[in-house]
Ligand binder design. Sequence first.
Ligand code: IPD
Length: 272
Amino acid sequence: MGAPMSDDARLDFCRRLAADAGRLAHGAFGRAAMLPAKGRHDEVTAMDREVERTVREAISRAFPADAILGEEDGASADVGCAEFVWIIDPIDGTANYARGIAHYCVSIGVVRDAEPVVGALHDPSHDRLYWAARGAGAWLAERGTTRRLAVSPIDALTAATVECGWSLRRPQADYVALVDRMLTAGCAIRRAGSGALGLADVAAGRTEGYAELHINSWDCAAGLLLVTEAGGRINDFFAGGGLLAGNPILATNAALADPLAALACVPLRHDA
Ligand code: IPD
């Protein structure tokens, strides 16, 4: 099955760009130069900036009419009026990357009229390349094979694993309450430090949900599409200015969508 015609060129380009950018980042893994932190527990390395610069330049050359939003360099001037917006996280899981923990990725998503249409993630530590295109499925290439992704069939909270992402952008008490509700309902909890890979885990059926009180669009633009194309459910993340300001996020498998939405206090879309 192929991607819809209008997005073919962007899908192919996005996939290759994410793979190249992941290899670039991985070249400095374990010896990344730290830059002054953006805030408490908000690190940045020289490689975050180098990867974003490289990716932005490549997109601008290939698709000059498209807008770009990146974690490090922000939004291009045309972000409010361009038909397509490319959303880049040069290294998602920077805290892991900076500490030599091999759980990070490059995430590149494309939205059209606030709907994700194409996305790719490269996890260079495991040489896993994920991608999705709207209506064409979610896919994973690793160890020389490519397979279509599907969310987990688990339908009992007591058998579910939910990743609860954390940042200082929301009050600690709210995070503790979220985790408490999940644990009390019988879920197992994890927090691995890359929202993008957390969403890829939901898409690949390794976990049943990913919840976070606030996340930025560059952390999740590609991953949200992976989840819906793998048969999962997501909230309306891009509503109400989510592209530029971020929003809460919930992504689930299909079977536990309703109970996880109730536990996370985040309504899910019915059409995606
Ligand atoms: C962070 C990670 C983390 C999530 C945070 C993000 P960064 O992104 O995705 O898992 O919980 O909300 O800010 O800083 O590593 O790109």
